[in-house]
Write a protein that binds this ligand. Structure first.
Ligand code: UDP
Length: 245
């Protein structure tokens, strides 16, 4: 394990990876990457590498879990054993059970669940490489996978964290900043409805710092949203070209 740094922001105001305090890590997104899934997306958010796959809407198994008036969303967030420095057991940890729940709850408000009674969709999130902020990057990718499956949505969902390191509120914490820093505030956001669907806080912030962190995270979400739209458009332009050939 590498040693923990004492200072996370240098004299020039730059972070360990050279970013400014309000700068996102590089984000790359691709939609429609898995041929066996109904919808899929892959995201690289800094060093995080995450795949999301969606199956459905389809009949629920076991049947008794289905609901008469709406579709059920199921979500499994899973980290590959090799995704982190210290091998993670492939069995679901308490953390993964929690993240599966919060990711599902962050996505659900965007889906017209009432259009598909007695059915369900399964969302699988596989973290191939983790470097802090995987719940946010998972939400960003999973929302695209749902859209790629052709499931009607009110809006996309995009997520990004802000937090506090040293004495500054900063955007998009990576693993070391998350572990050594003071606080982390992941936010999921529906950009057109201007609504927050996930808000968590790990650490301690003053009310003013909390407000700046939430606002900063929402600004980050808006930037990632532009990339989400680009990725969806690229997928549909490629499909259009294939059909026209
Ligand atoms: N992590 C790890 N081993 C684990 C779980 C997490 O090394 O078993 C690292 C991983 O890089 C992850 C980070 O800790 O991204 C922060 O985890 P947290 O629970 O805060 O969730 P996240 O920030 O990824 O949403």
């Amino acid at each position: 394990m590498s040693e923990k740094p004492e200072k996370l922001i240098d004299k020039k105001g730059l972070r360990l990876d050279g970013r400014k305090i309000d700068e996102l890590r590089p984000v790359k997104i691709e939609v429609g990457v898995l041929s066996n899934a109904d919808g899929s997306a892959y995201i690289e958010h800094g060093k995080n590498k995450i795949l999301a796959a969606v199956f459905g809407p389809r009949e629920m198994h076991p049947k008794h879990l289905s609901l008469p008036d709406r579709m059920v969303l199921r979500c499994r967030y899973h980290m590959a054993p090799f995704s982190v420095q210290e091998r993670k057991s492939p069995a679901p940890s308490r953390r993964e059970v929690e993240l599966s729940k919060v990711i599902r709850e962050a996505l659900e408000p965007a889906v017209f669940v009432e259009y598909y009674p007695r059915s369900g969709i399964d969302i699988f999130v596989e973290v191939l490489q983790a470097d802090g902020g995987t719940r946010c990057a998972s939400i960003t990718a999973a929302a695209l996978a749902i859209a790629d499956a052709g499931i009607p949505m009110r809006d996309l969902v995009v997520a990004c964290a802000a937090g506090k390191i040293d004495d500054k509120v900063v955007l998009d914490l990576m693993d070391t900043e998350d572990k050594v820093g003071v606080a982390d505030v992941p936010v999921a956001f529906m950009p057109n409805l201007n609504a927050v669907t996930l808000l968590q806080m790990d650490g301690i912030l003053t009310p003013d710092e909390f407000e700046s962190a939430v606002n900063l995270a929402i600004e980050g979400c808006k930037k990632i949203y532009a990339l989400q739209k680009e990725a969806l458009k690229t997928k549909y332009m490629n499909t259009k070209e294939e059909v026209e050939e």
